[in-house]
Design a binder for this molecule. Structure first.
Ligand code: FES
Length: 146
């Protein structure tokens, strides 16, 4: 049911923890499954993400998705990070069961929320998330065709 990659990131998640003096923090949650994901970003003067950490209270797919999402945006420019999609996270994980697609959506939205927080605090404008609001119910994404 789960790919080796998902199991590997679940058992051995990358970038777990908090960043005390984070430049951007994003938290998203889902009322139906009760899962919560928090992402911390450290961003340098050239808008490069130099460090990223996450805390996820949630299912194995949410932990694997957060782990993979942090790996995909680490060292990237904020404009690249904002383009991260849940589909890219799923692809990098080698797939997720359909009912777990929303777990990857939480990861995408946690990253975008953290970038939005950074933009708000720093007075910058990040194209694509000028007035970002995470979806109310990410479970709607479970029916999407991949
Ligand atoms: Fe909701 Fe995984 S079951 S985030």
């Amino acid at each position: 049911m789960y790919t080796e990659k998902v199991m590997e990131h679940f058992r051995n998640p990358r970038n777990v923890g908090e960043i005390e003096d984070a430049d951007g923090i994003g938290q998203v949650g889902n009322a139906k499954c009760g899962d919560i994901m928090k992402i911390f970003l450290k961003i340098d003067e050239n808008d490069i993400i130099t460090d990223v950490k996450f805390l996820t209270f949630g299912c194995g797919s949410a932990i694997a998705s957060s782990s993979m999402a942090t790996e995909l945006i680490k060292g990237k420019h904020i404009d690249e990070a904002v383009a991260l999609t849940n589909k890219a996270v799923i692809e990098a994980l080698g797939g997720l069961p359909r009912v777990k697609v929303h777990c990857s959506v939480l990861a995408e939205q946690a990253v975008k929320s953290a970038l939005f927080d950074y933009a708000t605090k720093s007075g910058k404008v990040i194209a694509g998330i000028e007035d970002y609001q995470p979806d109310e119910d990410v479970h709607d994404h479970d029916d999407e065709q991949l």
